[in-house]
Design a protein around this ligand. Structure first.
Ligand code: ATP
Length: 306
């Protein structure tokens, strides 16, 4: 039997007052070991969905299960196993980052003794690229530093599942790379990650699975490897496209100048066929779609259907 997903929603819907359907009939599935990239334009409903997963917003209808427990009803049973960073880290502005983490763990009923808590604090601060010796109050932190501190808080208890709403918000390119590497390293060690982003390239670089929200609806959800799988067509470039079209007759599905898209499951066989007929080939390989193409197609199809 396959394991229960760490996050599972069914027909999840949120209507705000005024009739805004922020989230509409969403069925998410995040499995253990995933880095799940939750994509969508600003206002598409990502934050509302994430807040419902964590029991911070009550759904209008539908179901949420987090680590197998119904949310919001039994969310308390699993929250200690989940680290979350949602909509800008909070914290006490007059305290240092270090003090904030310690207060947070103590307030959350952390079971560590003082020395161990101090050690863990140093460790997570270093992990996210903050200086454990920094005594300045959080009010002096840049947005990027606050984001790192929020991430440190989410990591503090070594959660099984990390839920991060736009974790690279406010970071510079170097910071984005560092956080990406940190999340990938945690994932290799067994942490499941759900992160939202409006940046396709970011999600494409680190996710194993993606879900795409458009106007509150989940228009696509699949493993990245599936989305990048060959399409069953071969893309080739030849200096003699007319002869190639004549040879391949009905198999050419698209032509753009000297580039042809040919229906064929076997690129090597197609190459041999062309070369055998004396048609030179400049470039040839199985067609794969980029995440951008897949997302645009899914979003466009959903708009047309509505
Ligand atoms: P962003 O990346 O900009 O945060 P998002 O994808 O997270 O966008 P949400 O913040 O979930 O989107 O918002 C989805 C829709 O719900 C938007 O139209 C927003 O205006 C609306 N909305 C969000 N919160 C509320 C609220 N408390 N009351 C009324 N409408 C809301």
């Amino acid at each position: 039997m396959s394991e229960e997903p760490l996050v599972r929603t069914q027909a999840l819907t949120k209507l705000y007052r005024g009739g805004v359907r922020a989230v509409d009939d969403v069925a998410l599935e995040v499995r253990r070991g995933d880095v799940y990239g939750f994509l969508g334009a600003n206002g598409s409903g990502k934050t509302t969905t994430i807040r419902m997963l964590l029991g911070l917003v009550r759904p209008t209808s539908g179901e949420v299960h987090l680590l197998g427990q119904p949310v919001p009803r039994a969310v308390d049973r699993v929250l200690t196993r989940v680290g979350a960073l949602v909509e800008g880290p909070g914290g006490y502005a007059h305290l240092s980052g270090r003090a904030n983490l310690q207060v947070l763990d103590a307030a959350g009923g952390g079971s560590l003794r003082r020395a161990a808590r101090r050690r863990r604090t140093d460790e997570v601060l270093e992990h996210v690229g903050l200086d454990p010796g920094d005594r300045r109050p959080v009010r002096t932190y840049s947005l990027g530093m606050r984001q790192r501190l929020g991430l440190a808080a989410a990591l503090f208890r070594r959660p099984e599942l990390l839920v991060l709403d736009e974790p690279t918000n406010g970071l510079d390119p170097q910071g984005i790379t560092e956080i990406r590497e940190l999340l990938l390293a945690l994932n290799r060690e067994g942490t499941t990650v759900l992160l939202s982003s409006h940046l396709l390239a970011e999600v494409e670089q680190m996710s194993t699975r993606v879900g795409v929200l458009a106007d509150g609806r989940l228009v696509l959800q699949d493993d990245l490897a599936e989305l990048h799988a060959p399409t069953g067509r071969v893309r080739l470039r030849t200096p003699d496209p007319d002869r190639a079209v004549a040879l391949l007759a009905g198999r050419v599905e698209h032509r753009d100048g000297d580039v042809l898209l040919v229906r064929s499951p076997d690129a090597a066989a197609l190459n041999a066929e062309l070369v055998g007929a004396g048609i030179p080939v400049a470039e040839l390989g199985p067609e794969r779609r980029s995440l951008e193409q897949v997302v645009l197609a899914a979003t466009g199809a959903a708009r047309e259907a509505s």
